[in-house]
Design a binder for this molecule. Structure first.
Ligand SMILES: [Zn+2]
Length: 242
């Protein structure tokens, strides 16, 4: 059983990284909490294996607006807990795929060929937890985000980039003032998934070419460690040349 289901760390003073270290690496996504003057933002929200909002209340004095980079289970699992949920209209937030914590079931749902372990958790969130009962809960989108929209935190603005390919409505958030990109699953330091239901490799390539031209300084991704622009270009070029 896990002592703490979520891990909170501070990459800088206005950013909190929230991880689920006991999820299999395929399902272990990054959620990013951004402190703003007028509102706080949470970018993605984990699997929903256990409630996230009570943990957030231990760290922060107000509920953030949840922005979903896309509607895969490891990014939107806790979305139903939030009042404000913003996402691209092409993502099935209100009718998500059921998902599963069992490797063979999830592999079949996602069309993955790689063998996955029977259970995609390395610990349980609490005694008596039933992984077989896991389903992704639908959530209600309260604001549709499309390309070029501005997400205003009062003292910080983020630009919405619609970058389809991994999923039809995948978005990233870009802070032009300091060059930070929150990329979701558009790009991360690992093998990119472009053959899931709803994926489109040609759109993916177009999205990555667009990203390559952006004046990005640091990338906080949907999975794995953060990285710089040189690494971004290396990852994009590796994909485009494959
Ligand atoms: Zn994804």
């Amino acid at each position: 059983m896990a002592q703490q289901w979520f891990r909170f760390t501070n990459p800088d003073e206005r950013t909190m990284l929230i991880e689920e270290p006991h999820a299999h690496e395929l399902l272990s996504a990054n959620a990013w909490h951004l402190r703003g003057r007028d509102r706080d933002l949470l970018i993605d929200c984990g699997l929903g294996v256990t409630a996230l909002t009570p943990m957030l209340r231990e760290h922060f004095d107000r509920e953030p607006v949840l922005v979903l980079t896309h509607a895969h289970l490891d990014h939107m699992g806790s979305a139903h807990e939030f009042t404000e949920v913003w996402a691209h209209p092409l993502e099935q937030v209100g009718n998500p795929a059921a998902g599963s914590l069992h490797g063979p079931i999830l592999a079949a749902e996602l069309g993955l060929n790689e063998p996955l372990p029977p259970l995609l958790l390395t610990a349980l969130p609490h005694a008596g937890y039933q992984p077989a009962a896991y389903r992704v809960q639908p959530a209600t989108v309260t604001r549709a985000l499309t390309d070029g929209d501005v997400v205003d935190l009062g003292d910080r603005t983020l630009i919405v980039l619609h970058l389809p390919g991994h999923s039809p409505g995948s978005i990233a958030l870009f802070d032009p003032a300091d060059g930070t990109l929150f990329s979701g699953d558009v790009i991360y330091d690992g093998g990119l998934l472009d053959s899931l239901p709803g994926s489109d490799p040609e759109e993916y390539a177009r999205s990555l070419r667009r990203l390559r031209d952006l004046p990005v300084r640091v990338i906080h991704a949907g999975h794995g460690p953060s990285f710089d622009r040189d690494r971004l270009h290396r990852l994009i070029d590796n994909y485009l040349q494959a």
